[in-house]
Design a protein around this ligand. Structure first.
Ligand code: JEK
Length: 244
């Protein structure tokens, strides 16, 4: 997969040189290229913004640099443009799984009050464009959202996670754990600050361990994500769970 990221803050993406994604880039498994939008400005101040038509607060990103940047970066290749925006469709695990199947993704990171709307409309003449939000809170730009989405997507690519990690469907659809959040996890030492690891995890009884983990996940989901419990199919709750 090739990922292009266009931003006025390219240094924001230094974390993509680290850890598993950094290793995947070094190995050639993943091709991530970060571009400074100001490279496509031609005035002495490298201007990327201007006042909004119709008035209103703040500034809007000018269309010209974006148009030139996308023309050069995409260069006629089949690519999908992702535009993080507060008003976008919510980003979910299913979107990460879907986008992990793409050959090329381009992320356009807006700032100020956003990117002139004609940029998305013009790009849509040549490629699929998705306006996506990572959550119902306000950020200052699209960079953090792009980091989140790139991590969620690329961790699903074969070979990116090592043997010690697992990117199965995580807790949102793995076998018998549909729509549940992760339960509690433990490692050595068996006693730490007078807290013991739950004995069932030391029992070697895999059936009992699986049942205990599912019960823990159910309890945590009911406590932290009642919205997911409501979406849980009746069959997902065995008789004992219905007593929860
Ligand atoms: N993904 C994602 C995001 C973003 C996100 C993504 C991309 C950009 C580009 C610029 N900003 C800043 C910003 C913040 C608020 C507003 C809304 N206006 C406020 C003033 C009155 C009019 C409406 C617009 C632009 C961005 C924010 N925020 N939250 C997410 N989940």
């Amino acid at each position: 997969m090739r990922i292009d990221i266009i931003s006025i803050f390219p240094d924001y993406f230094a974390p993509l040189d680290l850890s598993l994604i950094g290793r995947a880039r070094t190995s050639g498994l993943l091709d991530v290229r970060v571009h400074d939008l100001r490279s496509w400005t031609h005035d002495r101040h490298n201007t990327v913004d201007d006042t909004p038509y119709g008035g209103g607060p703040g500034m809007v990103m000018k269309p010209e640099p974006w148009g030139e940047a996308l023309d050069e970066v995409v260069d006629g290749a089949p690519a999908r443009l992702i535009l993080p925006t507060p008003s976008g469709r919510p980003f979910r695990q299913a979107d990460a799984e879907r986008l992990a199947g793409e050959e090329r993704l381009v992320f356009g990171c807006g700032r100020y009050e956003g990117i002139d709307s004609r940029v998305a409309a013009d790009a849509a003449l040549r490629m699929p464009v998705e306006e996506i939000s990572i959550g119902d809170y306000v950020l200052n730009g699209g960079e953090s959202a792009t980091l989140v989405m790139v991590e969620a997507i690329t961790r699903l690519l074969p070979g990116v996670l090592g043997n010690t990690e697992s990117a199965v469907q995580d807790s949102f659809a793995s076998g018998g754990m549909e729509n549940l959040v992760e339960g509690s996890v433990y490692t050595k030492p068996v006693t730490w600050r007078d807290q013991e690891v739950p004995p069932v995890l030391l029992s070697g009884n895999h059936g009992a361990v699986d049942r205990w983990r599912r019960d823990q996940a159910l309890r945590k989901t009911a406590r932290n994500r009642p919205d997911l419990v409501g979406a849980m199919p009746e069959r997902a709750l065995d008789r004992r769970d219905r007593e929860v």
